[in-house]
Write a protein that binds this ligand. Structure first.
Ligand code: ZN
Length: 136
């Protein structure tokens, strides 16, 4: 598998409106737009930073994965996403190595991406997302 770069850092927030103030008003980043991914019960906002991005994640439902994360750990870095060249090939390679996966098959993420999560137990406690973007 080929990891191209850190695509984004996923940060759980109680509210994107409040959570984005530090990133926009203090750091001067610009919001590229928000998107709700119903299957994940999450609204995301992306802030490009050079070659990578900051992704803020706000839960749309009290039983979503971000709501669960906030309840357990509070706001903060929830996952790190690596851009890969071919996500299907990457998942196959990881499976062959016996790496525990949350998603055996890619699902749709924000911005037309294909994403899949690795299990934190396989990564030393870090929730790792792989993502593939068309033409980027
Ligand atoms: Zn992400």
């Amino acid at each position: 598998m080929k990891v191209l770069k850190i695509d984004h850092l996923g940060i759980a927030v109680n509210s994107i409106d409040d959570g984005k103030k530090f990133w926009t008003e203090i750091l001067g980043l610009e919001c590229e737009g928000t998107e709700t991914v119903e299957s994940q019960k999450v609204t995301t906002a992306f802030f490009p930073v050079g070659e990578s991005e900051v992704e803020l994640l706000e839960s749309t439902s009290p039983d979503g994965p971000i709501a669960g994360y906030l309840e357990k750990k509070g706001p903060g870095i929830q996952h790190i996403a690596f851009r890969v060249e071919d996500i299907e090939a990457a998942l196959r390679a990881l499976k062959e190595k016996g790496v525990k996966l949350i998603d055996e098959k890619p699902r749709h993420g924000a911005g037309g991406t294909k994403i899949a999560f690795l299990h934190p137990r396989a990564t030393g406690g870090v929730l790792v997302e792989l993502c593939e973007r068309e033409g980027r």
